[in-house]
Design a protein. Structure first.
Length: 572
């Protein structure tokens, strides 16, 4: 079968009476870039701005005639008819303020997407975890079934970078989309068909807590039309409860007895599939893990409801290669096995580590960049419990993502939880410190998994680049204890004060404002060459400009040296 072709991007297929000029703030984001592509395919003029748009994503946007500004430009907002702001963009952003002063509407991503697909037969994939994978699986099945006119929106990247994350399709065809719940977005979706994968304490704070989140999911299901189909995970008690609240019948799926669509795993890693007690056949996947079997059942259940045969769907799923940053194996030039994963919630961390425990040998080493102090503070114990499946964990500072100090101190909470759980763990202040620790501790037969949300998307590839540098052969055994045959050994971890995560570690001190480093270099130059103070003062602005952030993040001198030391452990 062939995957959806990116050539569809160049053909606007829905005529609109007024082609409003749209400006997207944060256009390179995982949800904003697909929206920009859909708007452009609909024939609307689109501009965007983004401080950290990766080169490949920038090229994709520009190829579709979307002008993207690096940084903010209020003139772009004022020139638009409507502005769409990423959830990560604060109200105080200069372009948002310019749009408000000009009297322009400022919409959320979910609001804008709902308008683009209004009137379509929308298949919404909702749930706390697994939305992107289930959506990508369903897209593959529909393509294999020859339904090439459908549209889709994926809030992630396909494993094949040549496949775009969005396609408008034709007006009368179905549209498959992730129905993200973040920032209260569940209220925006108008599903014709719906999948609910699970329900967890993820974005519950956007609904006033878990009770409000359950109510929002139930309301989402009640908006299905009478003929609409619901497919839901019957193994998740929270999902069963929201089905009851919504008064909605559904095809339930899972491993447990009583599900309408049931999988019975076998020793070979596949499963026999039964529909209402009748065996349909065997399902085998290229992507490992019980959670991926559940994801496949969700996509299969919807495919069956849409009239696609089991054989077609099962063959499509058998060739599904996964999506980017979901236990994606990266090349390390013959060094330790390295995986990049999007896990940023305890349930996702536990699932990723469980798969690697079952499928790899040697020690399992975890690197985690947590996201959001509010989430980490609330679930610190769950994070520590999930990390317990690794033999060693390195934990970077929490990515605040714009949260205020009132959200709590996730670093301190997670440090306390790791100590209480007796984990073998090490706080690391930044990339250079992490590479230095890995250079001391890693062995060639280790498995390293880097888990981070969008803010840490480049981290695993930076580590892979360090591991791939040619250097000397490995030295002797490392200091991490060997794993127990049945579970990782647990030893008391270090007991740094939370402030040490940023303030006291040598690597943290080296990462302080680059002006200070520039001044130190200037003093050394003056001592060596007798440079005049005025000359040093004139050079300071250039030093500050040279230290401005760039994409991709450049490793510091310390990080570069650490990378060389790290590569020296196993490459020749």
């Amino acid at each position: 079968m062939s995957d959806p072709a990116p050539s569809h991007l160049t053909r606007p297929q829905l005529a609109r009476p007024h082609l409003a000029r749209m400006h997207l703030i944060g256009v390179g984001g995982s949800g904003m870039l697909p929206l920009a592509l859909l708007l452009r395919q609909a024939g609307q003029p689109v501009t965007g701005s983004d401080d950290l748009c990766a080169p490949a994503r920038l090229a994709l946007l520009q190829a579709q005639g979307i002008a993207v500004r690096s940084g903010a430009d209020p003139a772009l907002a004022r020139a638009a008819d409507c502005v769409v702001a990423s959830p990560a963009i604060p109200e105080t952003h200069v372009e948002r303020r310019a749009a408000r002063r000009a009297g322009l509407p400022v919409k959320t991503r979910a609001e804008a997407l709902a308008e683009v697909i209004a009137g379509r037969q929308t298949i919404c994939v909702a749930g706390s975890h697994g939305k992107s994978t289930v959506t990508a699986m369903l897209i593959r099945i529909l393509t294999a079934a020859g339904r090439d006119d459908f549209g889709y929106m994926l809030g992630a990247s396909f494993a094949d970078p040549g496949i775009a994350p969005a396609r408008l399709g034709t007006a009368g065809a179905p549209f498959v989309t992730e129905a993200c719940e973040a920032h209260g977005a569940l209220a925006q979706w108008q599903p014709a068909q719906a999948i609910v994968t699970n329900l967890d304490d993820e974005h519950a704070d956007h609904y006033g807590g878990l009770t409000g989140l359950r109510q929002a999911f139930a309301a989402f299901l009640t908006r299905l039309p009478p003929e609409g189909q619901a497919v839901a995970c019957g193994d998740d008690p929270q999902v069963v409860e929201i089905l009851r609240r919504a008064g909605r019948a559904a095809l339930t799926y899972g491993f447990q007895d009583g599900n309408g669509l049931r999988a019975v795993p076998d020793a070979a890693g596949g499963a026999s599939v039964f529909l209402q007690g009748a065996e349909l056949g065997r399902l085998a996947l290229a992507v490992p893990g019980r959670h991926n079997l559940l994801n496949a059942l969700a996509a299969l259940g919807m495919a069956l409801r849409l009239g696609i045969g089991f054989r077609v769907a099962a063959e499509a799923l058998a060739g599904f290669p996964g999506i980017a940053r979901r236990l994606q194996r990266l090349d390390t030039g013959g060094g330790p096995r390295l995986y990049d994963d999007f896990a940023h919630h305890p349930a996702e961390i536990a699932a990723a580590l469980a798969v690697l425990r079952e499928t790899t040998a040697g020690r399992l080493i975890a690197v985690l960049e947590p996201q959001l102090h509010s989430r980490v503070t609330r679930m610190a114990g769950r994070f520590a419990q999930a990390l317990g499946a690794a033999d060693q964990s390195y934990i970077l500072p929490v990515a605040a993502l714009g949260e205020s100090a009132r959200a709590g101190d996730g670093d301190a909470a997670l440090a306390a939880a790791c100590r209480a759980a007796g984990l073998v763990w090490q706080p690391v202040a930044e990339l250079g410190a992490l590479l230095a620790r890995l250079g001391q501790d890693l062995r060639g037969d280790d498995t390293l998994v880097v888990m981070a949300g969008t803010s840490g998307a480049a981290l695993a590839r930076q580590i892979a680049a360090a591991l791939s540098q040619p250097s000397a052969p490995p030295r002797g055994p490392a200091s991490i204890p060997a794993p127990h045959p049945s579970r990782p050994r647990i030893h008391p971890g270090p007991r740094p004060q939370p402030a040490a995560w940023r303030a006291t570690a040598p690597a943290a001190r080296s990462a302080r404002p680059c002006r200070r480093a520039g001044e130190a270099a200037a003093r050394r130059t003056r001592r060596r060459d007798g440079a005049a103070p005025a000359e040093l003062r004139r050079s300071a602005p250039a030093q500050r400009r040279a230290c401005r952030p760039v994409w991709p993040p450049r490793a510091s001198g310390r990080a570069t040296a650490s990378a060389s030391a790290l590569a020296a452990r196993w490459t020749g």
